[in-house]
Design a binder for this molecule. Structure first.
Ligand SMILES: NC(=O)c1ccc[n+]([C@@H]2O[C@H](COP(=O)([O-])OP(=O)(O)OC[C@H]3O[C@@H](n4cnc5c(N)ncnc54)[C@H](OP(=O)(O)O)[C@@H]3O)[C@@H](O)[C@H]2O)c1
Length: 233
């Protein structure tokens, strides 16, 4: 895959950034564009996302693609992290129809699209979905009902064993850098799930690192190949 890594100066103006996007949109050698977030404070990230050609928006964040995902249209791009989780569930033989799927977190990049995917009418979804956030009362009351628990809160170790139903499938999206005196760098990655405790009750659980993260990257490649195929058609 031909790839171009454009590292732009932090002081770049919004207009200049938008015109770089325009040039990539018009470049037939480029099929997929990923805007690495977060952007500097003086840039309106929504405006940059909206400027992407939806057919090159391999991150799936353009409103056109978000809308297509919500209504179940197949020719859009699905955000890579939730798409990867759905593939992970499918490839692990998890039967989702009729199951209670509880999602902790409602961000635009993970929680909301995850919920939109799991309520679709297809064999990899058809769940009853609950979405929890900081205002949810009695988080554990919801998570303990989950057959499939997907956690994307950005809070290391927030999901402990007592919050998980025996036999649940637990997907840990959280990627938190925490201090660790025993590691060379002084830090390590930790998920939102207390892995050692929860693995004793869960039927399946993803590790951090090495679970959802690599799937996200794989889905980005997949979306890019699809974008190239669509452009060729
Ligand atoms: N592995 C990957 O590929 C990948 C991809 C994306 C993100 N991540 C990781 O996933 C985590 C979440 O990312 P994000 O971008 O979705 O984060 P985010 O934008 O900060 O959203 C976090 C969500 O969690 C909710 N939340 C926070 N504390 C909570 C609590 N105590 N109880 C219930 N809900 C709570 C927040 O609720 P409010 O909306 O009420 O604030 C918010 O909706 C981060 O650790 C991030 O690094 C990993």
């Amino acid at each position: 895959m031909y790839s171009l890594n454009l590292k732009l100066p932090v002081e770049i103006s919004q207009d200049e950034l938008l015109s770089r996007v325009d040039r990539l949109n018009a470049d037939p050698k480029i099929h997929g564009i990923l805007v690495q977030m977060p952007l500097p404070k003086h840039i309106n990230a929504d405006a940059v996302i909206r400027r992407l050609d939806p057919y090159k928006d391999v991150d799936g964040f353009h409103p056109v693609n978000v809308g297509k995902m919500l209504i179940g249209e197949k020719d859009g791009f699905i955000p890579c992290t939730p798409a990867g989780i759905q593939v992970l569930l499918r490839e692990s033989g998890v039967k989702t129809p009729g199951k209670n799927c509880v999602i902790v977190g409602r961000s635009n990049i993970v929680g909301k699209p995850m919920a939109a995917l799991m309520i679709q009418d297809n064999e990899n979804a058809n769940c009853t979905v609950t979405v929890c956030h900081r205002h949810t009362e009695d988080l554990g009351g919801h998570t303990r009902e989950a057959d499939i628990l997907i956690v994307a809160a950005g809070r290391p170790g927030i999901i402990t064993r007592d919050l998980v139903k025996r036999g649940a499938v637990v997907i840990d999206v959280g990627t938190n850098r925490v201090s660790d005196a025993s590691s060379k760098s002084g830090t390590r990655l930790r998920g939102d799930v207390d892995f050692d405790g929860v693995r004793e009750v869960a039927s399946k659980i993803t590790p951090v690192p090495g679970g959802v993260g690599p799937m996200t990257i794989a889905m980005l490649m997949l979306n890019t190949v699809r974008a190239a195929e669509m452009a060729a058609r």
